[in-house]
Design a protein around this ligand. Structure first.
Ligand code: BDP
Length: 721
């Protein structure tokens, strides 16, 4: 090869590298793209109302607010507003916390300040000495920052800013991400690459990603992050690692984000040199007290610990004949002097307990109601089994009347197609939040339980198991970003409509063009139901392949723990299919309030979407649409496949509104999803057909492979396992 040719090829390679990076950055920016406003009329309204910015604060957080406004506005309007040192003239955007406001402003806004809490904000069009201004304020600088992001979102979504009067506060105190990140940077159930936390380079190297991560979280109101896996490693609590945690905490602090760690219960033995981790042992309690002191010395606003104890092999107080209350309260005492909290997980079930797994967490935790210290909050998964595509709400939400309980959602798609399937999860989250527990009569929704309005608990919280990794687009699938975004928005306000959230996200992330928004929003909204249909329709659950949880495995029946086997959950036989959790079966329905119990218990009133969760039903049972259960189930599987094909069509028509790179990415991913939806349909139906003994109804495509083929598939290096 000649020298010139070589140079040319090198340049060509470089060009592709650079353009590749540039395109990847499109995903990288998440919903903070701040694209130019396309509509000239709207853009001119913004320009007229935003002549100058007056920033009244000087803290790190205030500087971030100002920088974000400058970047956002100058990109969206292609015009940099003047930064003014004082309120001169009109059409200024005045930004600052309550204490920084002058007395005129304080007076104008006094009644609004009464309506917000410490993290809330006010965005208001006002007239000051006959001059029009917009104010963004809050009780402190972090509230102002939330207001800034909310204001930028108005512009991103092309809303009018002429007569603003927005007064908003988060309804839940702890809005946290749970990273299941290991110290070797693998991520348990993570499908977006490796962990963001580069432990080897910390504390000295601050990756720009840490800052961008904090920005993204602050923009949706997330105020806490648990950095490490619930299956914890005690080493994170050693000085060598605490120094690194401190560096991350310093990055996150100005964004209003507190750092939390998972505490391995046996840490006093593993890194403390003690012989026991018995919570009643004075030396153990003191070890934790000293550890807390050491952490708070470095990180004065450290959030506290998240603990998975005596669950799936993790150590806990029961190893010493103590219970969850003993363990949680001992840790609570250690962090209490510093204002820390303990998030104690209720995700427990035991192979030694012959009881229905769905009943075990309630059975164990409900009797502890009212026994935990004030700074303990019990973290409960949304359903009683384990983050399935659909689960009825966890009965504990209706049953802990004196104990703060927080929600745990899974944003990472362990059971919903990893990061290859498009599944818009806020739809799932909303379904759970809106479920009525009847704890105090009709209207006692899960949302009201976790925001404390029903039980009047002061400590309230919501956690989302993160779907973030070091993939260039953060979440593996461009649309999985919407699940991170939507989680944050619902954590802020659990009454928000998931469809509005989808609308917002699409506008910020892709385009404001209605011809794009309408069909693509529809695609997002149906996507979760599509996944339910092609994986686990009519209340089926836990029928995925074992270990990695990738793909179907309803046939698995040989695992050592009975409740790990899919056959335990579907109980298919010649007579029918489903888990009888009604009075005639395990009576799990009795864990709900009588009003809910009645509905679930009765085959006639049980919602069909939960049918096989609560009932073992004959293959010939007539569904509401007149189909037999077998036919109806087969048709649901087919419907799921059809829905994905519709999603593909929608996306194929969206090409002209989206950049080539993201368009292709999503197109390829939908193609995988379509193939895998068929895989789920065929494998499950062939397997269940052995029991039903019936033909597939008209309208359901015939499988092209045999059941043996599906059973033979192996995925030795499936991610996240
Ligand atoms: C299960 C996951 C497992 C987690 C566990 C948990 O498969 O990796 O450790 O949940 O939440 O769904 O503790």
């Amino acid at each position: 090869m000649t020298g010139i040719k070589k140079t040319f090829l090198r340049l060509l390679a470089l060009f592709f590298m650079i353009s590749g990076t540039a395109s990847a950055q499109k995903d990288y920016k998440l919903w903070l793209r701040y694209d130019k406003i396309q509509d000239a009329v709207i853009a001119s309204e913004y320009k007229n109302n935003l002549k100058g910015i007056v920033s009244l604060g000087s803290s790190e957080t205030a500087k971030i607010s100002l920088a974000e406004l400058e970047t956002g506005i100058s990109h969206m309007l292609e015009n940099k507003p003047e930064i003014r040192s004082a309120i001169n003239g009109e059409n200024n955007l005045i930004v600052g916390s309550q204490t920084a406001l002058n007395s005129d402003l304080k007076k104008v806004l006094a009644s609004d300040f009464d309506k917000i809490n410490n993290e809330g904000f006010i965005i208001k069009s006002i007239s000051l000495k006959n001059k029009k201004q917009i104010v963004i304020t809050g009780k402190n600088d972090v509230g102002v920052l939330y207001g800034v992001y909310s204001f930028l979102r108005l512009i991103q979504t092309n809303k009018s800013i002429k007569n603003l009067s927005i007064v908003d506060s988060p309804k839940i105190n702890l809005r946290v991400l749970n990273h299941w990140d290991n110290l070797d940077r693998t991520v348990e159930r993570g499908y977006a690459g490796f962990s963001l936390w580069n432990w080897q380079k910390l504390p000295d190297f601050i990756d720009q990603r840490y800052i961008d991560y904090a920005r993204a979280n602050a923009s949706i109101g997330i105020n806490g992050t648990v950095l490490t896996n619930v299956n914890a490693n005690a080493l994170i609590l050693t000085p060598q690692y605490l120094e690194k945690i401190e560096a991350l905490a310093n990055v996150f602090r100005p964004y209003g984000i507190k750092v939390y760690l998972t505490a391995r219960f046996s840490a006093p033995i593993e890194i403390g040199g003690l012989k026991t981790a018995d919570p009643k042992d004075v030396a153990v309690a003191n070890w934790w007290k000293d550890k807390a002191k050491e952490i708070y010395k470095r990180i004065p606003d450290f959030g506290g610990f998240l603990v998975k104890a005596n669950s799936e092999g993790q150590p806990g107080p029961q190893n010493y004949g103590r219970d969850h209350v003993d363990g949680a309260n001992m840790l609570a005492d250690a962090v209490a002097p510093f204002g820390g909290v303990i998030m104690w997980r209720a995700f427990v079930y035991s192979e030694h307990d012959a009881n229905d797994r769905a009943k075990q967490a309630y059975a164990e935790f409900q009797p502890y109601d009212g026994k935990f210290k004030d700074n303990v909050i019990v973290q409960v998964k949304n359903g009683a089994i384990d983050f399935q595509p659909r689960e009825p709400f966890h009965p504990l939400f209706g049953a802990m009347k004196k104990t703060p309980i927080m929600m745990e959602f899974q944003i990472t798609q362990e059971y919903l197609g990893f990061s290859t399937h498009l599944a818009y999860l806020p739809k799932l989250f909303q379904e759970v939040l809106a479920s009525d527990t009847y704890q105090k009569g009709k209207g006692s929704t899960v949302a009201k339980v976790i925001d404390g309005s029903l039980t009047h608990t002061k400590l309230t919280g919501i956690a989302g198991v993160s779907n973030i990794g070091n993939d260039l687009n953060w979440t593996g699938h461009p649309f999985a970003q919407a699940n991170w975004y939507g989680f944050g928005r619902l954590a802020w306000d659990p009454y928000l409509d998931s469809e509005l959230i989808a609308d917002e996200w699409l506008r910020c992330t892709f385009s404001n063009d209605e011809n794009f928004i309408k069909p693509v929003k529809e695609m997002m909204i149906t996507s979760r139901e599509a996944v339910v249909n092609y994986m686990t329709p009519l209340g089926l659950h836990h029928i995925m392949d074992t270990g990695h949880h990738y793909g179907p495995g309803p046939w698995i029946s040989d695992l050592s723990r009975p409740e790990w086997n899919p056959t335990y959950y579907h109980k298919a036989d010649k007579n029918g299919i489903g888990f009888d959790r009604a009075k005639t079966g395990t009576n799990a329905t009795a864990q709900y309030a009588p009003e809910v119990e009645k509905v679930f218990d009765n085959l006639e009133t049980c919602p069909e979407q939960d049918l096989l969760w609560f009932h073992h039903v004959s293959w010939d049972y007539k569904l509401k649409n007149g189909q037999t259960l077998w036919n109806g189930m087969a048709l649901k599987y087919q419907e799921g496949v059809n829905q994905v094909q519709e999603m593909q069509k929608t996306w194929n028509n969206a090409g002209k509104y989206v950049d080539e790179e993201r368009f292709k990415e999503v197109q390829m991913l939908l193609e995988i999803q379509s193939k895998e939806a068929k895989w789920w349909r065929d494998a499950c139906l062939l397997y269940f057909q052995q029991y039903s003994g019936k033909e597939l109804p008209v309208g359901v495509e015939k499988p092209k492979q045999t059941l043996e083929y599906f059973k033979s598939l192996k995925f030795p290096f499936a991610p996240g396992n």
